[in-house]
Design a binder for this molecule. Structure first.
Ligand SMILES: *Cc1c(COP(=O)(O)O)cnc(C)c1O
Length: 384
Protein backbone atom coordinates (compact mmCIF):
# COMPACT_ATOMS: atom_id res chain seq x y z
CA UNK A 1 0.00 0.00 0.00
CA UNK A 2 3.00 2.34 -0.14
CA UNK A 3 3.14 3.17 -3.86
CA UNK A 4 1.81 6.61 -4.74
CA UNK A 5 2.63 9.89 -3.00
CA UNK A 6 4.34 9.57 0.35
CA UNK A 7 2.87 11.54 3.23
CA UNK A 8 5.34 13.22 5.54
CA UNK A 9 3.66 14.28 8.77
CA UNK A 10 6.81 15.18 10.69
CA UNK A 11 7.22 18.67 12.15
CA UNK A 12 9.94 19.78 9.82
CA UNK A 13 11.09 19.71 7.21
CA UNK A 14 7.47 19.92 6.10
CA UNK A 15 6.06 18.89 2.69
CA UNK A 16 7.27 21.00 -0.23
CA UNK A 17 4.72 22.16 -2.80
CA UNK A 18 5.71 21.06 -6.33
CA UNK A 19 5.52 24.72 -7.35
CA UNK A 20 8.16 25.62 -4.77
CA UNK A 21 10.45 22.83 -5.95
CA UNK A 22 9.96 23.92 -9.55
CA UNK A 23 10.72 27.52 -8.68
CA UNK A 24 14.07 26.40 -7.29
CA UNK A 25 14.83 24.27 -10.33
CA UNK A 26 16.90 26.70 -12.36
CA UNK A 27 20.49 27.41 -13.22
CA UNK A 28 22.20 30.18 -11.27
CA UNK A 29 21.77 33.55 -12.96
CA UNK A 30 24.24 36.43 -12.96
CA UNK A 31 24.15 37.48 -9.30
CA UNK A 32 25.19 40.96 -10.41
CA UNK A 33 22.22 41.19 -12.80
CA UNK A 34 18.96 42.94 -11.94
CA UNK A 35 16.50 40.07 -11.61
CA UNK A 36 17.80 38.33 -8.50
CA UNK A 37 18.33 41.47 -6.36
CA UNK A 38 14.78 42.52 -7.22
CA UNK A 39 13.34 39.13 -6.20
CA UNK A 40 15.47 39.18 -3.03
CA UNK A 41 14.09 42.57 -1.99
CA UNK A 42 10.55 41.38 -2.68
CA UNK A 43 11.16 38.31 -0.49
CA UNK A 44 12.39 40.54 2.36
CA UNK A 45 9.15 42.54 2.09
CA UNK A 46 7.09 39.34 2.04
CA UNK A 47 8.89 38.06 5.14
CA UNK A 48 8.04 41.27 7.00
CA UNK A 49 4.39 40.92 6.02
CA UNK A 50 4.49 37.32 7.23
CA UNK A 51 5.75 38.40 10.66
CA UNK A 52 3.45 41.43 10.90
CA UNK A 53 6.28 43.89 11.20
CA UNK A 54 8.05 46.84 9.67
CA UNK A 55 11.11 46.05 11.81
CA UNK A 56 14.58 45.15 10.55
CA UNK A 57 15.24 41.76 9.01
CA UNK A 58 18.50 39.82 8.78
CA UNK A 59 18.53 36.64 6.64
CA UNK A 60 21.11 33.90 7.19
CA UNK A 61 22.15 30.81 5.28
CA UNK A 62 21.59 28.24 8.00
CA UNK A 63 18.87 26.43 9.90
CA UNK A 64 16.94 27.37 13.01
CA UNK A 65 20.00 26.80 15.17
CA UNK A 66 21.76 29.48 13.12
CA UNK A 67 18.88 31.84 13.93
CA UNK A 68 19.39 31.11 17.62
CA UNK A 69 23.12 31.86 17.50
CA UNK A 70 22.61 34.94 15.34
CA UNK A 71 20.27 36.40 17.93
CA UNK A 72 22.63 35.83 20.85
CA UNK A 73 25.58 37.16 18.87
CA UNK A 74 23.87 40.48 18.22
CA UNK A 75 21.74 41.06 21.28
CA UNK A 76 23.85 39.74 24.12
CA UNK A 77 27.32 39.75 25.54
CA UNK A 78 29.24 37.34 27.75
CA UNK A 79 27.80 37.34 31.25
CA UNK A 80 24.54 39.08 30.35
CA UNK A 81 21.55 37.73 32.25
CA UNK A 82 18.59 36.30 30.33
CA UNK A 83 15.49 34.36 31.27
CA UNK A 84 14.47 31.47 29.00
CA UNK A 85 10.92 30.15 29.41
CA UNK A 86 11.03 26.47 28.52
CA UNK A 87 8.08 24.26 27.57
CA UNK A 88 9.86 21.29 26.09
CA UNK A 89 12.90 19.95 24.29
CA UNK A 90 13.37 22.92 21.93
CA UNK A 91 13.23 25.63 24.58
CA UNK A 92 15.65 23.65 26.75
CA UNK A 93 18.04 23.11 23.82
CA UNK A 94 17.87 26.83 23.00
CA UNK A 95 18.73 27.70 26.62
CA UNK A 96 21.74 25.35 26.40
CA UNK A 97 22.96 26.97 23.17
CA UNK A 98 22.68 30.50 24.59
CA UNK A 99 24.49 29.39 27.75
CA UNK A 100 27.24 27.80 25.66
CA UNK A 101 27.70 31.15 23.92
CA UNK A 102 28.67 32.61 27.32
CA UNK A 103 25.40 34.18 28.43
CA UNK A 104 24.16 33.80 32.04
CA UNK A 105 20.99 31.81 31.35
CA UNK A 106 18.27 31.36 33.94
CA UNK A 107 15.60 28.82 33.01
CA UNK A 108 11.98 29.14 34.02
CA UNK A 109 10.82 25.61 33.28
CA UNK A 110 7.19 24.72 32.67
CA UNK A 111 7.74 21.03 31.96
CA UNK A 112 5.92 20.18 28.75
CA UNK A 113 3.24 22.83 29.40
CA UNK A 114 3.03 26.37 28.00
CA UNK A 115 4.58 29.23 30.00
CA UNK A 116 2.53 30.69 32.83
CA UNK A 117 2.67 34.50 32.49
CA UNK A 118 2.03 34.92 36.23
CA UNK A 119 5.25 33.08 37.10
CA UNK A 120 7.14 35.30 34.67
CA UNK A 121 5.64 38.43 36.24
CA UNK A 122 6.69 37.18 39.70
CA UNK A 123 10.24 36.56 38.59
CA UNK A 124 10.62 39.93 36.89
CA UNK A 125 9.15 41.73 39.89
CA UNK A 126 12.08 40.38 41.94
CA UNK A 127 14.56 41.80 39.39
CA UNK A 128 14.40 45.34 40.77
CA UNK A 129 17.71 46.31 39.22
CA UNK A 130 16.48 45.34 35.75
CA UNK A 131 19.46 43.03 35.24
CA UNK A 132 17.58 40.58 33.01
CA UNK A 133 18.22 41.73 29.46
CA UNK A 134 15.92 39.42 27.57
CA UNK A 135 13.00 37.07 28.03
CA UNK A 136 13.22 34.25 25.48
CA UNK A 137 10.39 31.88 24.58
CA UNK A 138 9.32 29.47 21.84
CA UNK A 139 5.87 30.38 20.51
CA UNK A 140 5.47 26.70 19.73
CA UNK A 141 7.74 24.18 21.36
CA UNK A 142 7.68 21.59 18.60
CA UNK A 143 8.45 18.71 20.94
CA UNK A 144 5.59 19.28 23.38
CA UNK A 145 3.15 20.74 20.83
CA UNK A 146 2.44 23.79 22.99
CA UNK A 147 1.42 27.28 21.95
CA UNK A 148 2.63 30.13 24.17
CA UNK A 149 0.37 33.16 24.61
CA UNK A 150 2.80 35.82 23.39
CA UNK A 151 0.58 38.88 24.10
CA UNK A 152 0.01 37.59 27.66
CA UNK A 153 3.76 37.11 28.11
CA UNK A 154 4.42 40.64 26.86
CA UNK A 155 1.76 41.98 29.23
CA UNK A 156 3.33 40.06 32.14
CA UNK A 157 6.64 41.82 31.43
CA UNK A 158 4.99 45.17 32.24
CA UNK A 159 7.53 47.96 32.18
CA UNK A 160 10.52 45.72 32.89
CA UNK A 161 13.22 46.78 30.38
CA UNK A 162 13.99 43.23 29.14
CA UNK A 163 13.53 42.60 25.43
CA UNK A 164 11.11 39.89 24.29
CA UNK A 165 12.71 37.30 21.99
CA UNK A 166 10.41 34.74 20.33
CA UNK A 167 11.39 31.56 18.49
CA UNK A 168 8.60 31.16 15.91
CA UNK A 169 10.39 28.47 13.90
CA UNK A 170 7.51 26.00 14.22
CA UNK A 171 4.69 28.53 14.28
CA UNK A 172 5.31 31.32 11.77
CA UNK A 173 2.91 30.91 8.88
CA UNK A 174 0.77 28.54 11.00
CA UNK A 175 -0.27 30.43 14.15
CA UNK A 176 -1.04 34.16 14.30
CA UNK A 177 2.00 36.38 14.76
CA UNK A 178 1.76 40.17 14.88
CA UNK A 179 5.27 41.10 15.86
CA UNK A 180 4.78 44.88 16.06
CA UNK A 181 1.31 44.88 17.63
CA UNK A 182 2.40 42.32 20.21
CA UNK A 183 5.63 44.13 21.16
CA UNK A 184 8.01 41.34 20.14
CA UNK A 185 11.58 42.68 19.91
CA UNK A 186 13.26 39.77 18.16
CA UNK A 187 11.59 37.05 16.13
CA UNK A 188 13.38 33.96 14.80
CA UNK A 189 12.17 31.63 12.04
CA UNK A 190 13.51 29.22 9.46
CA UNK A 191 12.37 28.28 5.97
CA UNK A 192 11.49 24.59 6.27
CA UNK A 193 8.38 24.49 8.46
CA UNK A 194 5.37 26.78 8.07
CA UNK A 195 7.13 28.67 5.28
CA UNK A 196 6.89 25.64 2.95
CA UNK A 197 10.38 26.16 1.52
CA UNK A 198 13.60 24.18 1.49
CA UNK A 199 15.70 23.90 4.64
CA UNK A 200 18.76 26.12 4.73
CA UNK A 201 17.71 29.68 5.53
CA UNK A 202 16.96 31.37 8.84
CA UNK A 203 15.48 34.81 9.48
CA UNK A 204 15.83 37.19 12.41
CA UNK A 205 13.52 40.21 12.62
CA UNK A 206 14.52 42.84 15.20
CA UNK A 207 12.96 46.02 16.56
CA UNK A 208 14.62 49.42 16.91
CA UNK A 209 15.06 48.70 20.63
CA UNK A 210 16.90 45.48 19.83
CA UNK A 211 18.89 47.18 17.07
CA UNK A 212 20.17 49.73 19.59
CA UNK A 213 22.03 46.91 21.44
CA UNK A 214 25.37 45.87 20.05
CA UNK A 215 27.55 45.15 18.34
CA UNK A 216 28.64 43.22 21.44
CA UNK A 217 31.70 41.17 22.27
CA UNK A 218 29.95 38.22 20.61
CA UNK A 219 29.27 39.95 17.27
CA UNK A 220 31.52 38.87 14.40
CA UNK A 221 31.20 40.27 10.86
CA UNK A 222 29.33 37.30 9.40
CA UNK A 223 26.70 37.27 12.18
CA UNK A 224 26.29 41.06 12.42
CA UNK A 225 22.61 41.70 11.73
CA UNK A 226 23.17 45.38 10.86
CA UNK A 227 25.29 44.39 7.85
CA UNK A 228 22.41 42.32 6.53
CA UNK A 229 19.35 44.36 7.49
CA UNK A 230 20.78 47.54 6.03
CA UNK A 231 22.34 45.86 3.01
CA UNK A 232 22.85 47.89 -0.13
CA UNK A 233 24.08 44.96 -2.23
CA UNK A 234 22.79 41.42 -2.64
CA UNK A 235 25.88 39.74 -1.21
CA UNK A 236 25.64 41.80 1.98
CA UNK A 237 22.17 40.44 2.77
CA UNK A 238 23.62 36.95 2.88
CA UNK A 239 27.19 37.54 4.06
CA UNK A 240 28.52 36.28 0.70
CA UNK A 241 27.05 34.30 -2.19
CA UNK A 242 23.25 34.36 -1.90
CA UNK A 243 21.28 31.08 -1.78
CA UNK A 244 20.07 31.74 -5.32
CA UNK A 245 17.67 28.85 -5.83
CA UNK A 246 16.25 29.23 -2.32
CA UNK A 247 15.40 32.88 -2.99
CA UNK A 248 13.21 31.83 -5.93
CA UNK A 249 11.68 29.03 -3.86
CA UNK A 250 10.88 31.41 -0.99
CA UNK A 251 9.35 33.91 -3.37
CA UNK A 252 6.99 31.23 -4.70
CA UNK A 253 6.08 29.84 -1.26
CA UNK A 254 5.47 33.27 0.27
CA UNK A 255 3.34 34.33 -2.70
CA UNK A 256 1.21 31.21 -2.17
CA UNK A 257 0.79 32.07 1.53
CA UNK A 258 0.41 35.84 1.39
CA UNK A 259 -1.05 36.66 -2.03
CA UNK A 260 -2.99 33.57 -3.10
CA UNK A 261 -4.45 31.94 0.01
CA UNK A 262 -3.98 34.95 2.33
CA UNK A 263 -2.30 34.85 5.73
CA UNK A 264 -5.46 34.87 7.84
CA UNK A 265 -6.89 32.01 5.80
CA UNK A 266 -3.64 30.11 6.23
CA UNK A 267 -3.90 30.53 10.00
CA UNK A 268 -7.54 29.44 9.87
CA UNK A 269 -6.68 26.33 7.82
CA UNK A 270 -4.08 25.31 10.39
CA UNK A 271 -6.51 25.84 13.26
CA UNK A 272 -9.13 23.68 11.54
CA UNK A 273 -6.67 20.91 10.66
CA UNK A 274 -5.48 20.92 14.27
CA UNK A 275 -9.03 20.64 15.60
CA UNK A 276 -9.70 17.68 13.31
CA UNK A 277 -6.55 15.98 14.60
CA UNK A 278 -7.52 16.56 18.22
CA UNK A 279 -11.02 15.21 17.54
CA UNK A 280 -9.57 11.96 16.17
CA UNK A 281 -7.15 11.49 19.07
CA UNK A 282 -9.88 12.29 21.61
CA UNK A 283 -12.12 9.64 20.02
CA UNK A 284 -9.32 7.05 20.06
CA UNK A 285 -8.45 8.07 23.61
CA UNK A 286 -8.97 6.61 27.02
CA UNK A 287 -6.94 3.45 26.34
CA UNK A 288 -3.47 4.83 26.94
CA UNK A 289 -4.03 7.31 24.09
CA UNK A 290 -4.23 11.01 24.93
CA UNK A 291 -3.37 14.46 23.67
CA UNK A 292 -0.26 15.66 25.52
CA UNK A 293 -1.56 19.21 26.01
CA UNK A 294 -4.88 19.30 27.88
CA UNK A 295 -5.98 22.89 27.28
CA UNK A 296 -7.02 23.40 23.62
CA UNK A 297 -5.96 27.07 23.80
CA UNK A 298 -2.43 25.94 24.72
CA UNK A 299 -2.09 23.51 21.78
CA UNK A 300 -0.10 24.39 18.68
CA UNK A 301 -2.01 24.62 15.40
CA UNK A 302 1.02 23.20 13.55
CA UNK A 303 1.86 19.99 15.44
CA UNK A 304 -0.01 17.70 17.84
CA UNK A 305 1.83 15.68 20.48
CA UNK A 306 0.18 12.40 21.48
CA UNK A 307 0.82 9.83 24.19
CA UNK A 308 0.08 6.40 22.72
CA UNK A 309 1.17 3.06 24.13
CA UNK A 310 3.00 1.32 21.27
CA UNK A 311 3.63 4.57 19.35
CA UNK A 312 6.97 3.35 18.00
CA UNK A 313 5.34 0.24 16.52
CA UNK A 314 2.53 2.34 15.07
CA UNK A 315 4.98 4.77 13.42
CA UNK A 316 6.92 1.88 11.91
CA UNK A 317 3.68 0.31 10.65
CA UNK A 318 2.26 3.43 8.98
CA UNK A 319 5.61 4.06 7.26
CA UNK A 320 6.06 0.48 6.10
CA UNK A 321 2.47 -0.31 5.14
CA UNK A 322 1.00 3.05 4.13
CA UNK A 323 3.85 5.37 3.18
CA UNK A 324 2.88 7.72 6.01
CA UNK A 325 5.67 9.04 8.23
CA UNK A 326 4.75 10.33 11.69
CA UNK A 327 6.95 12.37 14.03
CA UNK A 328 8.90 10.76 16.88
CA UNK A 329 7.98 11.39 20.51
CA UNK A 330 10.80 13.86 21.09
CA UNK A 331 11.26 14.87 24.72
CA UNK A 332 8.30 12.80 25.98
CA UNK A 333 8.50 11.01 29.35
CA UNK A 334 8.45 7.70 27.47
CA UNK A 335 9.45 8.45 23.85
CA UNK A 336 8.56 4.95 22.59
CA UNK A 337 4.98 5.61 23.71
CA UNK A 338 4.65 9.07 22.16
CA UNK A 339 4.41 10.50 18.66
CA UNK A 340 3.71 13.77 16.94
CA UNK A 341 1.40 14.50 14.03
CA UNK A 342 2.47 17.51 12.01
CA UNK A 343 -0.17 19.56 10.20
CA UNK A 344 2.21 22.27 9.17
CA UNK A 345 2.59 24.25 5.96
CA UNK A 346 1.57 22.46 2.77
CA UNK A 347 -1.14 20.33 4.35
CA UNK A 348 -4.86 20.07 3.67
CA UNK A 349 -7.91 18.12 4.73
CA UNK A 350 -7.04 15.33 2.30
CA UNK A 351 -3.48 14.81 3.47
CA UNK A 352 -4.54 15.06 7.11
CA UNK A 353 -7.35 12.52 6.69
CA UNK A 354 -4.85 10.27 4.93
CA UNK A 355 -2.49 10.52 7.88
CA UNK A 356 -5.24 9.87 10.43
CA UNK A 357 -6.64 7.03 8.31
CA UNK A 358 -3.25 5.32 8.19
CA UNK A 359 -2.98 5.72 11.96
CA UNK A 360 -6.37 4.15 12.54
CA UNK A 361 -5.49 1.26 10.19
CA UNK A 362 -2.31 0.73 12.20
CA UNK A 363 -4.18 0.79 15.51
CA UNK A 364 -6.43 -1.97 14.15
CA UNK A 365 -3.63 -4.02 12.55
CA UNK A 366 -1.45 -3.89 15.66
CA UNK A 367 -4.42 -4.49 18.01
CA UNK A 368 -3.58 -1.35 19.96
CA UNK A 369 -6.65 -0.64 22.11
CA UNK A 370 -8.44 2.51 21.01
CA UNK A 371 -11.87 4.06 21.06
CA UNK A 372 -14.13 4.02 17.97
CA UNK A 373 -14.97 6.84 15.61
CA UNK A 374 -11.65 8.67 15.27
CA UNK A 375 -12.02 9.27 11.54
CA UNK A 376 -15.70 10.19 11.87
CA UNK A 377 -14.79 12.74 14.51
CA UNK A 378 -12.07 14.24 12.33
CA UNK A 379 -14.40 14.34 9.32
CA UNK A 380 -17.08 16.03 11.40
CA UNK A 381 -14.56 18.63 12.56
CA UNK A 382 -13.57 19.33 8.95
CA UNK A 383 -17.22 19.51 7.90
CA UNK A 384 -18.11 21.93 10.73
C1 LIG B 1 12.85 23.02 14.29
C2 LIG B 1 12.99 23.94 15.43
C3 LIG B 1 14.22 24.47 15.81
C4 LIG B 1 15.50 24.04 15.18
O1 LIG B 1 15.54 24.34 13.83
P1 LIG B 1 16.64 23.62 12.91
O2 LIG B 1 16.31 24.14 11.56
O3 LIG B 1 16.42 22.15 13.06
O4 LIG B 1 17.98 24.05 13.39
C5 LIG B 1 14.24 25.37 16.83
N1 LIG B 1 13.13 25.76 17.47
C6 LIG B 1 11.92 25.27 17.15
C7 LIG B 1 10.72 25.72 17.90
C8 LIG B 1 11.82 24.33 16.12
O5 LIG B 1 10.63 23.82 15.80
Amino acid sequence: MTAGPELIAIPGPSPLPARVLNAAHRASPDIYGEDLPRVNLAVMDQLKRLAGTSAHLAPYIGNGHAGWEATTANLLDRGDAVLVLTSGHFGRSWADVVAAQGVAVERLDFGNAPPDPARLADRLARDRAGAIRAVMVCQTDTASGTLADIPAIRAAMGDHPALLVVDAIASLGCAPMRMDDWGVDVLIAASQKGLMALPGTAFVWFSDRAAARGPTGLTSPWWDWHQRAGADALWRFWGGTPPVQQIFALSEALSMILDEEGLERVWDRHARLARATWAAVDAWGGHGIALSVGDPAARAPSVTAVTLRGADRLRAWTARECGVTLGVGLGAASPADALRIAHMGHCNAGTLMGTLGAMQAGLIALRIPHGPGGLEAAAAAIAA
